[in-house]
Design a protein around this ligand. Structure first.
Ligand SMILES: Nc1ncnc2c1ncn2[C@@H]1O[C@H](COP(=O)(O)OP(=O)(O)OP(=O)(O)O)[C@@H](O)[C@H]1O
Ligand SMILES: [Mg+2]
Length: 328
C-alpha cells in the first residue's frame, strides 16, 4: 500500500482519546488530559504515563485528528531526547509503544521557555507582531531597528511565556516580570535558561545539518524531588517548534515570500484562508484531504529531521497501547 492509501485507510482509526483507569503493576492513577496528550499519573512510582494522541491543537484548541500524528510526535521527541541526553537531563524513563512515553513525574516550572532566533510569528503574541507594531523591546530584550520579517535576530533570545490555565492564552514576560510573579525562583530560572540555550544551539546545529532552520521552539521543564531541573513533555517537535527549509530561505526572503515551513502552519493556514476561521467559537471540521496532507507533512518532518524513514504502525492504536500497558 502506498503512503496515500495508508493515510486514507488510517483516517478511520485515528487515536482520539483513551480512558483507562488501571494499568498492570501500577496502583491508583490520576488522569490529566492535555490538548494533545492523555496523562496517567502514577504517584506511587513517581511516573507519568503519557499517551500521545492524534489530536491536533491550534488556536489553543483541539481542531482535528491527524493519522499517525501521535506516533510521529512521540518518536520525534524520543529522537531528540536521546540525542540531547548529554546536554540536559530529561524525563524519559521508557517508550514502550510508538505513541507512549513514560516520564518521571516532576513539579513543572510555571513557565514555557521559548527560544527565538528569527523575527517571525503569526499570532498576536509573536515577536514579529510586536516589532511590526513598533516595539523595540521584547521580553526584556532590545531589538535593533531595520529588521524585516523572518530575518534572524542578532542572537537567539529567551522569551519566557506564562502557562495559562486550560482555555486561557499564554503571555510573554521578561525574566524580571516572571521572577516578580514568584512562582519560579531565580536559581530555577537560571538553570532552566542555561538548559534552554544549550538545547536550542544543539537543535539549530543539527537542523542545519539536515537542511532545516530551527527558527524557534518551546521547552517545558520541571524540578525533581532532589531539586534537579529536567526537561519534560516534548522537544523540537513540529508542534513545539518552527522549522523552515534552508535551501530556499534566502531566495524567498529576498522575494518577500514566507519561508517554506515544516510545522503545523499548514492547518492553521487552511482554517484561516480557506475556512475563514479566526479562532472564535468551535472550529469547522477538517476535510479528509486536509487531514491527509497534514499527516504527510508531519511524516515529512520526522524523515527530514532524523534522516530515517518513518514506519507507520497502522490500525487500532488504542487496543495496541492497552495491551502494551496492561491498561483497562
Ligand atoms: N514529566 C512530566 N512531569 C509532569 N508534567 C508533565 C511531564 N511531562 C509532561 N507534563 C505535562 O503533561 C501535559 C501534557 O499534555 P499536553 O502537551 O497535551 O498539554 P497541553 O495542552 O500542551 O498543556 P495543558 O493542557 O497543560 O495546558 C502538559 O500539561 C505537560 O506540562
Ligand atoms: Mg503541550
Amino acid at each position: 500500500m502506498d503512503l496515500d492509501a495508508a493515510l486514507h485507510a488510517q483516517l478511520a482509526h485515528t487515536l482520539d482519546r483513551t480512558s483507562w483507569t488501571t494499568m498492570a503493576g501500577r496502583g491508583p492513577l490520576v488522569r490529566y488530559d492535555g490538548k494533545v496528550r492523555d496523562c496517567y499519573i502514577d504517584r506511587g512510582r513517581g511516573e507519568r504515563v503519557i499517551v500521545v494522541t492524534d489530536r491536533l491543537s491550534a488556536f489553543d484548541m483541539v481542531i482535528g485528528l491527524i493519522p499517525f500524528k501521535g506516533q510521529v510526535l512521540n518518536q520525534l521527541a524520543q529522537y531528540w531526547f536521546r540525542e540531547t541526553a548529554h546536554l540536559a537531563p530529561n524525563h524519559v524513563v521508557a517508550s514502550p509503544d510508538p505513541n507512549v512515553c513514560i516520564g518521571r513525574e516532576v513539579r513543572p516550572l510555571a513557565v514555557e521557555l521559548v527560544m527565538r532566533a528569527y523575527l517571525t510569528g503569526v499570532t498576536s503574541t509573536s515577536v514579529w507582531k510586536a516589532y511590526e507594531a513598533g516595539a523595540r523591546s521584547f521580553a526584556g530584550h532590545a531589538l535593533p531597528d531595520g529588521l524585516r520579517k523572518n530575518q534572524p535576530l542578532p542572537q537567539p533570545i529567551l522569551t519566557p511565556s506564562t502557562k495559562a490555565a486550560k482555555g486561557g492564552h499564554d503571555v510573554t514576560v521578561s525574566k524580571d516580570e516572571l521572577l516578580a510573579m514568584g512562582q519560579v525562583t531565580p536559581d530555577e530560572f537560571e538553570r532552566a535558561a542555561a538548559i534552554a540555550a544549550r538545547l536550542f544551539a544543539f537543535g539549530q546545529a543539527r537542523a542545519a545539518e539536515r537542511g532545516l532552520i530551527l527558527a524557534d521552539t518551546k521547552y517545558e521543564m520541571g524540578v525533581t524531588d532532589a531539586g534537579e531541573v529536567i526537561v519534560i513533555d516534548e522537544i523540537h517537535t513540529p508542534d513545539s517548534s518552527r522549522y523552515w527549509y534552508a535551501e530556499d530561505y534566502e531566495a524567498r526572503l529576498a522575494a518577500g515570500q514566507e519561508p517554506r515551513s515544516l510545522d503545523k502552519e499548514y492547518v492553521r493556514r487552511y482554517l484561516a484562508e480557506e475556512a475563514g476561521y479566526r479562532g472564535d467559537g468551535p472550529p469547522p471540521p477538517l476535510p479528509d484531504h486536509v487531514r491527509v496532507e497534514a499527516a504527510k507533512r508531519y511524516i515529512a518532518s520526522f524523515e527530514q529531521v532524523t534522516g530515517t524513514r518513518f514506519e507507520p504502525v497502522a490500525g487500532d492504536a488504542r487496543a495496541r497501547i492497552a495491551a502494551v500497558l496492561g491498561a483497562a
